[in-house]
Design a protein around this ligand. Structure first.
Ligand SMILES: NC(=O)c1ccc[n+]([C@@H]2O[C@H](COP(=O)([O-])OP(=O)(O)OC[C@H]3O[C@@H](n4cnc5c(N)ncnc54)[C@H](O)[C@@H]3O)[C@@H](O)[C@H]2O)c1
Ligand SMILES: O=C(O)C(=O)C[C@@H](O)[C@H](O)[C@H](O)COP(=O)(O)O
Ligand SMILES: [Zn+2]
Length: 380
């Protein structure tokens, strides 16, 4: 005879944390540690990439050591192609060989590839150690450093393996945007426009009206301090307001995946020639145009999305070297796929998301209809 028992796991973990936005926040990070942010931690592992290492990783390491903390730095080659299980394993072995254990803290210093990889490592090392995110790109500030989605890419597609592991604090260093290449800055604008599309029409209008204060005609970042501060704060507010309601993406959080059903597929099929934000920009256009077909937004609203992306110096068309078939096939690796059917999330006009009759924010789409749209976007 079988017996059954209920395992009662009342929520015992409070995953709340602060996001600090400002310039040159190393001093603030040190103060937090001195004031007991992580009282059980005795060793700090800075994880960063090869480009960020000399700019921000080493200076933080030196400051930590000068302030009396035991710390080391672990670096991997910059770029999306390093965001793999192999890199994670190499870093883990380095930490283990230096006697890192459960009393350590991971400090991720860099862009989204670093916070995703280091966050995943932090979520599994010793079954989970605290992580601090120090965001040095607009994309990480706007999106990746907040919300606790961590993971790595596999040869099949992006972000397929990972865990939800919330950071203990997020530092958004606006001064770091001054060393960021223009193309990377524009990539971060794509997630910014995504947030405006999905949650905040006023922010969308702000971006439309102020794009000339954000990006020059030649696509260079302008970096007006007030504008940058407003962009960082608004992105973080939009994101955490969703995450605090649905941390593990049971439904509402899917709205943060706007533009990503096609976007992540494009990113993978391009062999990472497209940056994450660039792929998301094209993905936003695909969902907007498809949304017009389904009656979720008007053609004029979709044109506003395309126009804002264009003014931000982002691509809005599928590159010629990617076939519709390859793109379509890759969409089946999306995490929203259910029962073998691709699902999209859609804008409801500008600044709101479509919620469907069953309460879900994502909906299955007919492959033939997506294919038809892709053909139209190619002008066929
Ligand atoms: N977890 C999430 O919620 C989430 C959200 C959005 C994107 N992402 C992930 O984030 C990644 C993209 O983020 P990203 O664009 O920040 O990537 P990234 O970390 O690869 O950074 C982009 C490039 O900029 C360099 N860089 C970083 N900061 C710099 C600085 N201040 N000055 C000069 N160079 C600098 C990096 O070395 C890298 O070459 C993707 O892997 C994507 O999947 C995750
Ligand atoms: O935080 C989220 O939730 C997001 O979906 C944010 C996305 O911008 C981000 O690219 C995320 O990593 C994509 O998640 P995935 O589950 O589609 O891999
Ligand atoms: Zn994204």
């Amino acid at each position: 005879m079988s017996k059954s028992f209920e395992v009662v796991l009342k929520k015992v973990v409070d995953n709340s944390y602060n996001i600090e936005i400002g310039e040159n926040l190393f001093g603030s990070l040190i103060r937090d540690l001195q004031q007991g942010l992580l009282p059980d931690v005795s060793k700090f592992a800075i994880i960063t990439d090869s480009i960020v290492e000399p700019l921000y990783g080493r200076p933080l390491l030196e400051l930590l050591r000068r302030s009396g903390f035991q710390a080391d730095l672990f670096s991997f080659p910059a770029g999306e192609s390093s965001k793999t299980r192999e890199t994670k394993a190499l870093l883990e072995d380095q930490l283990l060989s230096q006697a890192y254990g459960r009393d350590c803290c991971i400090i991720a210093v860099g862009g989204g590839a670093v916070t995703d990889l280091a966050g995943f490592l932090g979520g599994t090392f010793g079954r989970g150690v605290p992580v601090l995110n120090y965001a040095t790109t607009l994309l990480a500030a706007a999106d990746a450093s907040v919300g606790g989605k961590t993971g790595v890419n596999t040869p099949v597609a992006t972000n397929l393996i990972g865990v939800f592991h919330q950071p203990r604090k997020v530092y958004i260093d606006l001064a770091a945007w001054h060393t960021l290449p223009a193309r990377e800055f524009r990539s971060g604008l794509a997630e910014t426009i995504k947030h405006a599309c999905l949650a905040d029409e006023t922010f969308f209008r702000y971006l439309e009206e102020n794009i000339g204060r954000i990006i020059s005609e030649h696509g260079e970042p302008i970096l007006d301090a007030d504008v940058c501060g407003h962009i960082a704060l608004t992105n973080c507010r939009i994101k955490y307001e969703v995450v605090e309601q649905d941390e593990h993406e049971s439904n509402l959080r899917q709205i943060l995946n706007l533009g990503h059903t096609a976007g992540r597929a494009l990113e993978a099929v391009s062999g990472y020639q497209l940056l994450h934000g660039e792929a998301v920009a094209v993905g936003l256009v695909i969902q907007a145009r498809l949304g017009v077909k389904y009656g979720y937004m008007t053609a004029e609203q979709a044109d506003r999305v395309v126009s804002l992306l264009t003014k931000a110096g982002l691509p809005t068309e599928i590159p010629d070297y990617i076939s519709n078939r390859a793109l379509m096939d890759k969409m089946y690796t999306d995490k929203k796929v259910r029962g073998g059917r691709i699902r999209f999330v859609f804008q409801d006009g500008i600044g709101e998301m479509k919620r469907f009759a069953d309460g879900s924010y994502s909906v299955p789409v007919e492959e033939a209809e997506v294919m038809e749209l892709l053909e139209e976007m190619r002008g066929n």
